[in-house]
Design a protein around this ligand. Structure first.
Ligand code: CU
Length: 568
């Protein structure tokens, strides 16, 4: 990253830390959002009481003057995307009401009635499977809860506008690792639009300070980084950026990876909904007490954007003390006590989470939270260097929640560490892409995630035929190849896995993941790049039919998904 980039960016910051109004829109806006340069406020915490968390959410959307659509989950008090805070063993009762409007139909003069009329007689929310732009549902990303209706089924569950409020009712497993999880819609073909529009929120399983005492007593902060269509798509890059000769647009209409670290990004980013848009990347503002240590719980809720986070004091990257990935503390293998992995940057694929210790700047100094460029491959989107938030030391910084200082250590996991259990078999799967018309480079792309030996097919939600059949109680090794020229993020519902090999080299991770990057194929090597993971089907909650897919949502919506059946 060039020195010039940040020197100039910093110079601009001095004028910009003045607080902008919190909300730019009127109260009539169904999905209100803070303005650029606003103070970053944590989402409202909804905590369980007496072993129960009751939540009422409503899915809403609103059409913006630039033609884009915002989506949001609002609670009964009008708070957007609240953080659901639960303890292991808690019962969650969440009702979801669908108040989405079909703006396409409204333009055609039909509005809501038409859509609702079309859907009548197509079954209950549990069975309709009706995947339309105005149906919605929830996936509880990372939780090992059963893939059945009213819990974590997304194959058939589709709530339509006008349906009665739909009840989710599930128990957080007693042995769910403490950490950051999240909820978002999972309607096949329409997930990208709803998630890019802002429909997502955090879920925290409490007790991370019991798993890793390095975080005991720290103040904690939930930071959700989302992406969205560019607010200023036609603007030229800022003058301080080096000139990028080629400004290619890919087939999805997004800026293609130019490999320079600069130029137009495919999507804008926001942090707790405060946008930091292209071309100036005016950062949001995070206030911390001078030199305070905090636990930052960061979710990449982006549809397609990879993050590579760094916290800069001037030019100097600050140490980030990683304590959990994808909701799983780093000492999950039961070996390392109170382990902290100090890094200077943290890569986060779409869907993944990182939780890390960070120290605020001293009085009178500010730091800059940036994402460094990610090389997504020749067919990938442009994820350039950019600022997200400026971190300002302030004695008046608002009080945020604090983890308890002293509590009993979490007992080690009951099941043997996944790394020491023998896999009953090895499967090979691969990501690939194909142009609908191979002779026309501008034609649409079909996205596949195929079990080796099967015919590549785009996921068909109506098929119901599993691509993989596994047995509960076993563990399996999966080798996942990337035969395409862009990155993909492999995710599987209902369970965590252990990353064993990355690019053919063994890695020794003391934690589990539910989302992992798979490097792209450069067209030159004799073999395709691959990863090897150990899948954990031991938990009885994994029994049933569920999904694995790429977490770049236009790939997922475009067919890069498969069905697994875990038999009892
Ligand atoms: Cu993908």
């Amino acid at each position: 990253m060039s020195k010039k980039f940040f020197v100039i960016l910093f110079a601009c910051l001095c004028f910009r830390v003045a607080r902008a109004p919190l909300y730019a829109q009127s109260a009539a806006e169904p999905c209100p959002r803070p303005a650029e340069g606003s103070l970053v406020i944590e989402p409202e915490d909804l905590r369980s009481h007496n072993g129960e968390l009751k939540v009422e959410l409503t899915a809403r959307n609103s059409r913006q003057s630039d033609g884009s659509t915002r989506y949001c989950f609002m609670d009964e008090k009008g708070r957007e995307s609240p953080t659901l805070r639960v303890n292991p063993g808690d019962l969650v009762i969440l009702t979801l009401k669908n108040e989405l409007t079909d703006f396409q139909a409204a333009v055609a003069g039909n509005g809501h009635q038409h859509i609702h009329g079309e859907m009548e007689g197509s079954g209950s929310s549990c069975t309709s499977g009706l995947m339309t732009s105005v149906s919605t549902n929830l996936h509880f990303h990372g939780l090992t809860i059963p893939p059945v209706c009213h819990q974590d089924d997304v194959l058939k569950t589709a709530i339509r506008p006008g349906d009665p409020p739909f009840e989710y009712r599930f128990r957080v497993p007693e042995d769910e690792p403490p950490g950051l999880y999240w909820y978002h819609p999972h309607i096949h073909g329409f997930t990208k639009a709803q998630v890019l529009g802002g429909a997502s929120g955090a879920l925290i399983v409490e007790g991370i300070e019991r798993a890793d005492r390095a975080v005991a007593g720290l103040r904690e902060r939930v930071l959700i980084i989302r992406d969205q269509d560019l607010l200023n798509p036609n603007a030229p890059p800022a003058k301080w950026e080096p000139v990028v000769s080629k400004m290619l647009i890919d087939r999805d209409g997004d800026a293609a990876n130019n490999g320079t670290g600069y130029g137009k990004p495919a999507k804008d980013l926001s942090i707790n909904f405060v946008p930091a848009p292209y071309p100036d990347y005016r950062p949001a503002v995070i206030e911390m007490k001078p030199e305070e240590q905090q636990l930052w719980r960061v979710l990449n809720a982006s549809g397609i954007t990879y993050l590579n986070l760094q916290l800069l004091n001037g030019q100097t990257p600050q140490p980030l003390g990683l304590v959990a990935m994808d909701g799983v503390p780093l000492n999950q293998n039961g070996l390392a006590r109170d382990f902290v992995d100090w890094q200077t940057h943290l890569g986060i694929p779409p869907g993944a989470r990182v939780e890390f210790i960070v120290k605020g700047p001293p009085s009178g100094v500010s730091a800059l939270l940036v994402t460094k460029t990610v090389d997504t491959g020749p067919s990938g989107e442009n994820d350039p260097n950019r600022a997200i938030a400026t971190v300002v030391a302030s004695k008046d910084a608002a009080e945020i929640p604090q983890l308890s200082a002293a509590s009993t250590p979490l007992p080690p996991p009951q099941r043997p560490w996944l790394g020491s259990v023998a896999a009953v078999r090895t499967r090979r799967l691969y990501f690939s892409e194909k142009l609908v018309d191979p002779n026309d480079p501008t034609s649409a792309t079909e996205f596949y995630l195929t079990v080796d030996g099967q015919t590549p097919q785009m996921f068909d939600p109506k098929s119901g035929v599993p691509n993989v059949i596994a047995k509960q109680g076993t563990v399996e090794d999966w080798i996942i190849e990337n035969r395409s020229a862009e990155l993909h993020a492999f995710h599987i519902h209902q369970l965590h896995f252990l990353l064993l090999d990355y690019l053919g080299r063994p890695v020794n991770e003391p934690f589990l993941r539910d989302t992992v990057n798979v490097p792209y194929y450069n067209g030159k090597t004799l073999t395709y790049p691959s990863i090897r993971v150990r899948m954990d089907f031991r938990d009885p909650n994994t029994v049933g039919d569920f999904l694995y897919h790429c977490h770049l949502l236009e790939h997922e919506d475009g067919g890069m998904m498969g069905l697994i059946r875990v038999e009892p």
